[in-house]
Design a protein around this ligand. Structure first.
Ligand code: ATP
Length: 199
């Protein structure tokens, strides 16, 4: 599995459609300060399901949409498409090439797709986390993040290891199941009240 290409359209400083193609091995992106190198990494994190504006170095989620320059008006939407080579089947999906896309509109709406088929954010997050990549999997190490790990408490460090080991997905499912159980318990209590009233 490797990253084949990344297309940005209206994402941060990339107003025009820009496609970066990668080959297997190491790729370096070089450029002057402020030219958009980190924005490329942000785009990758975003299309893989990042939900935190702070992790994307913004104040709010719309900050990923091209905000305009002196010579160019702001845009109404941001789009990122990533193509992953899956010929080794690392991603649990029957395609040798997988395309993930994410679009965000300035009114707050979002669209996600896997190989062109509309899906939920959760589907993208689950597809990636099964293979150990994606959001919160520490495949993207941001500036200052190493320091954060070095200064972390033992509990926080355990959290990093659990996430890298893929426990996170199961913890989220457990939390979801517990929320459902709580709602069910509230319904049962309500039902018991109604039954008592009817007697
Ligand atoms: P450095 O080498 O200093 O870390 P860099 O190449 O990583 O720089 P980035 O941080 O990726 O640069 O890009 C910063 C630029 O992106 C700034 O000029 C900023 O104005 C621009 N930018 C960020 N968000 C937006 C946005 N929503 N719309 C337009 N431009 C944006």
């Amino acid at each position: 599995m490797y990253l084949k290409s990344l297309t940005l359209r209206g994402f941060k400083s990339f107003a025009s459609t820009t496609t970066l193609r990668f080959e297997p091995g190491i790729t370096c992106v070089v450029g002057p300060n402020g030219s958009g190198k980190s924005n490329i990494v942000d785009a990758l994190a975003w299309v893989m399901g990042e939900q935190g504006a702070k992790s994307l170095r913004g104040g709010k989620m719309e900050d990923v949409i091209f905000a305009g320059t002196a010579s160019r008006p702001p845009l109404g939407r941001a789009e990122v498409v990533v193509t992953i080579d899956n010929s080794d089947g690392a991603l649990p999906i029957e395609y040798s090439e997988v395309t993930l896309s994410r679009i965000m509109f300035r009114n707050g709406g979002s669209e996600y797709a896997i190989n062109g088929r509309p899906c939920r954010l959760l589907d993208i997050q689950e597809l990636l986390s099964d293979s150990g990549i994606g959001r919160e999997m520490h495949v993207i190490v941001g500036q200052g993040q190493l320091e954060e790990v070095l200064h972390a408490t033992p509990e926080e460090r355990r959290g990093f290891i659990e996430e890298a080991a893929g426990v996170l997905k199961h913890r989220k499912r457990k939390e979801k199941a517990l929320r459902k159980l709580e709602a069910m318990q509230a319904n049962l209590t309500r039902l018991a009240d109604l039954t008592t009233e009817l007697r």
